[in-house]
Design a protein around this ligand. Structure first.
Ligand SMILES: [Fe+2]
Ligand SMILES: [Fe+2]
Length: 156
């Protein structure tokens, strides 16, 4: 009797851990969809003498973010969830500097969120997800560092 109870509690725990993981991955997915909108919009809004390079820089991030969004959507379905379709809102920004600062903040958040998610995937016991998320942490760290270096000596 006690044994059956323990077993039920254990499987309930696993399913609630799965639901928490799905909800967190859906937050990340909303962030990726938001990043796609953010980069497309900001690439269109750059102005001034650095417009060609800056637009190209923003657009060059898109394949990574799209890849992350595709991976998360598939994983959420694999876990039995329904993928989010609403992007996280793009912060209002007018100048090139404001756009770069908003991107740096979004990438900083992505690194922090995925770092937490790696731990969550490990606790859940999904090694494959853990490894994929670690690769995403590496991608987002690269995005953060490149943006931070552009801002480090941004002239205006
Ligand atoms: Fe991403
Ligand atoms: Fe990114």
């Amino acid at each position: 009797m006690a044994r059956t109870k323990r077993k039920a509690a254990k499987s309930g725990g696993k399913s609630s851990a799965r639901e928490k993981l799905i909800a967190a991955l859906n937050e990340d997915l909303a962030g990726e969809l938001g990043a796609i909108v953010q980069y497309i919009t900001y690439a269109a809004k750059t102005n001034g003498p650095y417009r060609p390079q800056l637009s190209e820089f923003f657009l060059a991030e898109l394949p990574d973010e799209e890849g992350h969004a595709k991976f998360l959507s598939n994983k959420i379905v694999a876990l039995g969830g329904e993928p989010a379709t609403t992007p996280r809102p793009t912060p209002a920004a007018t100048t090139n500097r404001e756009m770069l600062e908003a991107v740096r903040e979004a990438e900083r958040r992505a690194v922090a969120d995925y770092t937490k998610r790696v731990e969550q995937a490990e606790a859940y016991g999904d090694k494959g997800l853990q490894v994929q998320l670690e690769n995403i942490v590496a991608d987002e760290t690269g995005h953060f560092e490149e943006t931070e270096r552009i801002l480090r000596e941004w002239p205006v």
